[in-house]
Design a binder for this molecule. Structure first.
Ligand SMILES: Cc1ncc(COP(=O)(O)O)c(C=O)c1O
Length: 389
């Protein structure tokens, strides 16, 4: 394959560090390395608290579950989501007994159609769950303006947007809390892994408890005495303060995170350099595309959104023949997924349909080089010179 969607971004030093760690430790389950990675992540992200979990999906599940509990949301209360996002932004809402309310996307930053968002807010809306899609920062100031001073929480999914910026602030620091993924192929990787970030101590405490069965001993030591004193009849080692999950990660994955986060700024620079070159390559054919507005981007992948579905099909076929791997833009219009059909008619979300039918993306990472980009430019040139329409 000439240009794969995802490649192994683990470096020799990351792997050697892991091997050394395995040889030298007797503790593989969550411990000091996890804490160390969380501290490094707080420093990189610029937030007070970080909770390392085993995936971005687990981060979304814990966040949704804890927010419902913390803020006393009732079954059936509404969480607003975009029609183009990853499936585990929607499923936790359903699994937690809440109702997802779908809003169309826009074709500039791929987040909400902001006018429609305003219309979908009701007196049962408890949260807006933003996705910063493929590295584009959503317009959070505009969303906050729409929410005004209503008691509606803002949650950010940054699983594809590590380091994307909104007015000089990293996304993930703009709402109540946020999720990140370190899955293979994301901006940095722990192979599997995710992070919950927040500046709110109550959210942090509940996330820490719920990550690990609800066990109090998992909280930092300075919280222990109060809980010990309040429940003298239960052995502190097995004192459960709330219901929870087990979505912990391991020391092994944390060792990779500690090593990878050191490369992250560089990876983002390279990804954004590739993205800028990609936009230049598309520029001569701009009338064929919906081109995104990419200020503050931290590029996850290189998206094509064609104005014409047939042109998209033909071009996707031609890059496939050139061994360039492509995928739908996340899941396309997620309402087309069989189990979500009952919530709304996908056809009522025209921009979601455009991303679904006319869009796809190809990979971006530090292995995307001039050779690949030149090949892409050549393919586009040939394609449009031959006149696809
Ligand atoms: C926007 C978004 N949210 C959540 C996730 C889930 O992350 P994970 O694969 O770590 O579970 C992904 C995965 O790629 C994603 O793209």
């Amino acid at each position: 394959m000439f240009w794969k969607l995802q490649e192994n971004i683990l470096e020799k030093e990351d792997i050697e560090g892991l091997v050394d760690f395995i040889r030298s430790t007797e503790r593989f389950t969550q411990f000091e390395k996890v804490r160390q990675f969380e501290e490094l992540w707080c420093a990189w992200q610029g937030c007070r608290f970080s909770v390392f979990v085993n995936s971005g999906s687990s981060a979304n599940l814990v966040i949704t579950n804890l927010m419902k509990q913390l803020y006393g949301w009732r079954d059936g209360d509404e969480v607003v989501v975009p029609v183009v996002t990853w499936i585990t932004n929607i499923t936790p809402i359903i699994q937690c007994g809440l109702t997802p309310v779908f809003v169309d996307v826009n074709l500039k930053d791929y987040s909400f159609d902001y006018e429609e968002l305003e219309k979908k807010i009701t007196d049962r809306t408890r949260a807006v769950f933003v996705t910063h899609l493929v590295g584009f920062p959503a317009d959070i100031p505009r969303i906050k303006n729409i929410l005004g001073n209503r008691d509606i929480k803002l949650v950010e999914d940054c699983c594809e947007s590590h380091g994307a910026m909104q007015d000089g602030v990293k996304v993930g620091n703009l709402g109540s809390c946020s999720s990140f993924s370190f899955y293979w192929g994301h901006h940095m990787t722990t192979v599997e892994g995710g992070m919950i970030c927040t500046d709110n101590e109550d959210i942090y405490k509940l996330a820490t408890l719920k990550r690990s069965h609800g066990l109090v001993r998992e909280l930092p030591v300075h919280y222990h005495d109060t809980h010990k004193a309040a429940h003298p009849d239960v052995d502190f080692q097995f004192l459960f303060l709330t219901d929870g999950f087990n979505v912990r990660n391991t020391e092994l994955h944390a060792v990779l995170g500690i090593s990878q986060v050191k490369h992250l700024d560089h990876y983002i620079v390279v990804r954004n350099r590739n993205y800028a070159a990609f936009m230049e390559i598309l520029a001569p054919y701009s009338e064929h595309f919906f081109l995104p507005f990419s200020e503050g981007v931290s590029s996850f992948s290189l998206p094509f959104v064609f104005r014409n579905e047939k042109t998209k099909e033909l071009f996707q076929k031609s890059i496939g023949q050139a061994e360039i791997e492509s995928r739908p833009i996340i899941s396309g219009n997620i309402l087309r997924q069989p189990f979500l059909r009952k919530y709304a008619n996908p056809a009522d979300f025209p921009n979601g349909e455009i991303l679904h039918q006319n869009g796809f993306y190809i990979g971006n990472n530090q292995f995307v080089d001039e050779k690949r980009l030149n090949k892409l430019a050549e393919l586009l040139r040939e394609f449009f010179l031959d006149g696809p329409d």
